[in-house]
Design a protein around this ligand. Structure first.
Ligand code: CS2
Length: 498
């Protein structure tokens, strides 16, 4: 079998082996600028859009992918080499792989090298939507102050260098300013990050920045830009070298960065697009008036479930999420966390079968073909925990409800942050706050409560005596007996109803 590098020229050969875009990519207008072209975007929005573009009458919604950060140079170079094409490999539950080449990303820009081009593209009249996957931490929100963090040096940089910004806020401000000054229309800014009320968050943070950087623009944004909320879902592990080799050996496609994901996908979007939108509903997205219940359910069950499995699994020495969830003790712990602590505070989920949703989560987590990395799940926990786990804790605390399992997971995270698993192997911790967390984790060995003093993560939780007590007890128990014995005890107490 002859090998072919993935690019436009080789597409006709490649089409004999896997499905490729049937539409004429060169005829597409760029209607969407997307910032953050990581695996998730390419498995989700770019996939949905590719499906939509298969209908050749749809020509307005090509995507321009923007790599924002210095370390995004690899994905930018790969997309450039491959004319924006990449292979999406869906790892089915039965172990087979469904592969398809995605063509919806028709332009790509590397912001650190060409900031003005990015600003101009965002301001282009053809562009109606700017979508974002900039991660939970990317919104520059400080949990302690509940405000936009002006102390961030990158934000300070953007305030003084408006034409060579480094953060999304600097870029959006300049682009929107150009739109206003040129008398152009506004656009939609659509967050695709895992944050409750992600559209509200994007709006609030941007307007706070703009009120300092360009106060005259605030009113124009209020009336010309919309910020729909959305719930996004598709488990997308990091691509491994083995995935790249397997694709080459089984299909002859040389793709430097394919994307692997699960079969499940969901996108629930608030229908608030000020300058129009693609008919994503024709390819499976759901448009609703109120996304909040969907977001809440997904963040506090799926994402929190991931963090529970990731943190406990890491201490137990596992590498992948399926290993953790297939440990029956960890699985029952997760089940009771979801049933006892999360479900009661989810509120009204009209039309959703919650038991079915939880069952499907366990199946998705347990997919042994996905091999979702525990390292990926535990990365940036300092930004994830306040969004995934703490809202549940805070809701329970206001009603004197159960928080034992969440406190246990936080205690496990404090111990995880010491950098070793229970077998003494070094953990690969990736976190923007790693040094502060590690420092606090060390002090916590003598005095567990100090870990809860990281206010930008935990807010005022350290002042809640019942949480502190449950957390401290859990910390000691894990140190004395290890994670597995503790979860067995918690599960046993659950059976005995206490
Ligand atoms: C994960 C998410 O990063 C994480 O902690 O929970 O990336 C998760 O896989 C996606 O949100 C699934 O939609």
């Amino acid at each position: 079998m002859k090998n072919y590098k993935l690019n436009s020229t080789n597409l006709s050969h490649i089409s004999e082996r896997v499905s490729v875009p049937k539409y004429n990519r060169s005829k597409l207008k760029t209607g969407i600028v997307h910032v953050g072209i990581g695996g998730f975007h390419r498995a989700h929005e770019a996939f949905y859009t590719d499906q939509l573009l298969q209908d050749e009458s749809v020509t307005d919604w090509g995507i321009c992918g923007v790599a924002l950060l210095d370390f995004d140079t690899k994905i930018y170079n790969t997309l450039k080499e491959q004319d924006g094409l990449y292979t999406l490999i869906v790892k089915e539950l039965d172990g087979t792989h469904t592969r398809q080449v995605i063509g919806s990303i028709v332009e790509y820009l590397f912001a650190p090298e060409a900031p003005i081009k990015v600003i101009e593209k965002m301001a282009s009249p053809e562009v109606k939507i700017i979508t974002l996957t900039i991660t939970e931490g990317g919104y520059n929100y400080n949990e302690a102050t509940k405000k936009f963090d002006f102390d961030n040096p990158l934000i300070q940089h953007d305030l003084t260098h408006p034409n060579s910004p480094k953060t999304i806020f600097g870029y959006l401000t300049q682009a929107l300013k150009l739109r206003k000054d040129r008398g152009l229309k506004g656009c939609t800014i659509q967050s695709c990050d895992n944050i409750q009320g992600n559209g509200h968050m994007a709006k609030r943070m941007l307007l706070t920045y703009v009120s300092t950087a360009a106060p005259d623009l605030v009113e124009w944004i209020e009336s010309h830009v919309s910020f729909p909320n959305a719930m996004v879902d598709r488990i997308t592990p990091a691509t491994s070298e083995a995935d790249i080799i397997n694709l080459r050996e089984t299909t002859g496609i040389e793709d430097a960065w394919p994307v692997v994901c699960e079969p499940f996908k969901q996108w629930v979007i608030e229908d608030d697009f000020i300058e129009g939108r693609p008919a994503w509903e024709t390819v499976g997205a759901q448009f609703v008036n109120n996304v909040e219940p969907y977001e809440k359910m997904k963040l506090s069950l799926l994402n929190a479930g991931h963090s529970v499995l990731g943190i406990l699994g890491a201490l137990l020495g596992y590498d992948t999420i399926d290993e953790a969830v297939n440990n029956p003790n960890v699985r029952s712990f997760l089940n009771s966390y979801m049933d006892v602590e999360v479900s009661p505070v989810l509120g009204d989920l009209e039309g959703i079968d919650l038991s079915d949703y939880k069952r499907s989560l366990l199946e998705r987590f347990g997919n042994i073909n996905i091999k979702d990395q525990i390292d990926r799940i535990c990365s940036e926990s300092s930004a994830k925990i306040p969004i995934f786990i703490l809202p549940t804790v805070n809701a329970q605390l206001t009603e004197n409800g159960p928080i034992k399992r969440a406190a246990f997971v936080i205690a496990a995270w404090a111990i995880y942050s010491l950098g070793k698993d229970e077998k003494g192997h070094v953990l690969n911790i990736k976190d923007a706050m790693a040094s502060l967390i590690s420092e606090k984790a060390k002090v916590a060995v003598e005095n567990p409560k100090t870990f809860l003093e990281i206010e930008s993560v935990f807010g005022k939780l350290k002042n809640d005596s019942s949480f502190v007590e449950a957390y401290t007890q859990a910390y000691k128990n894990i140190m004395d007996q290890g994670v597995e014995k503790c979860v067995i005890a918690i599960n046993r107490n659950q059976e005995n109803n206490n």
